[in-house]
Design a protein around this ligand. Structure first.
Ligand SMILES: C[S@@+](CC[C@H](N)C(=O)[O-])C[C@H]1O[C@@H](n2cnc3c(N)ncnc32)[C@H](O)[C@@H]1O
Length: 294
């Protein structure tokens, strides 16, 4: 299979996956209610805030009408312009005026390099430079700073593209996986206004790793999350310890950002066959921190 075909295919798969979400909006109801509540709870008082949703897709996982009542502007960002068009078309004309669509935008900032790296893996300085460039590019592409930035279950999608295009036999796979996480965390943080809040929401465990569909309604999901992490029954890249370490272990970032998890967790029914345990990692920019992308 030609390498170029692989990335085009990976993006086409995202578009197909978003198309396959059409008609399954009702199944997202619980996830949508949880995510919308968490985003609404972080809206600045007065309704004048700016919200940015990374990986907004069809916007099945948020209630845009509700959020538009609590934010002045909502920026929807995705690699799939068609999905954002569907999301926007579902809103009322009055609320649509508050939406700003950004597509196609690659929030990984490195998709264009993956095919080259699959053949010639980057050395450490090249990869570190690419992370800085990617965060800068995402920051320049989007009109931040925002009061609230949400990564809408995009992290594992990015990691899946890495797996499909570069493959886990690549000698630098671990470093590339870590680099993708670093870009996500830093981009989110870099887009925040002073006292702004980022929510990196991610699926952690799919139902093929744990029988999530058999849980009783009174299950303590926070305890289950701890158990699943301890047992290793998670998508490795979505480990909250790994993601939060991107702030905690960075001498500069930890002066300017506070990190907290888990927000949630909750259950996401993504269509008829896929169920996930989902949680959020909150990244809050401290008052004294300089604003703007870094
Ligand atoms: C799991 S879906 C999230 C569901 C989506 N919010 C919805 O309700 O339809 C992840 C989204 O991330 C988008 N995505 C994947 N890779 C991306 C990238 N590199 N840059 C921007 N968006 C991307 C996909 O197109 C998809 O819409």
């Amino acid at each position: 299979v030609p390498k170029l075909w692989k990335l085009a295919q990976a993006i086409a798969d995202q578009v197909d996956s978003n198309r396959s979400g059409i008609g399954h909006e009702a199944q997202f109801a619980g996830h949508r209610a949880n995510l919308t509540r968490e985003i609404r709870a972080r809206a600045p008082a007065g309704g004048g805030g700016r919200l940015c949703l990374l990986g907004a897709g069809n916007a099945n996982d948020v209630d845009l009408e509700d959020l538009a009542a609590h934010y002045r502007e909502i920026h929807l960002v995705d690699v799939d312009a068609e999905a954002l068009g569907r999301a926007s078309a579902r809103t009322t004309a009055a609320r649509r005026r508050q939406l700003v669509l950004h597509a196609p935008v690659d929030v990984s900032g490195i998709f264009d390099k993956l095919e080259r790296w699959a053949v010639t893996p980057p050395d450490a300085p090249t990869l570190a430079g690419a992370v800085t460039t990617a965060v800068d590019e995402v920051g320049k592409t989007l009109p931040g700073p925002f009061d609230v930035v949400v990564s809408c279950c995009i992290l594992t999608q990015l990691q899946l593209v890495l797996l499909n295009v570069v493959g886990d036999q690549n000698p630098r796979f671990d470093d590339l996986r870590a680099a993708l996480n670093r870009i996500q965390v830093r981009s989110l943080a870099g887009l925040l206004a002073p006292e702004g809040v980022g929510l990196l929401v991610t699926d952690l465990t799919p139902n093929n790793l744990f029988p999530l569909d058999d849980l009783t309604p009174d299950t303590d999901l926070a305890a289950l999350m701890g158990h699943l992490i301890g047992a290793g029954s998670i998508i490795y890249a979505a480990h909250p310890g790994l993601l939060s370490a991107e702030i905690r272990r960075d001498p500069e970032l930890r002066q300017h950002f506070a990190v907290h998890f888990p927000v949630g967790p909750w259950i996401w029914h993504n269509g008829p066959a896929h169920t996930f345990l989902v949680y959020g990692l909150e990244i809050r920019r401290l008052k004294t921190s300089p604003s703007g992308p870094r």
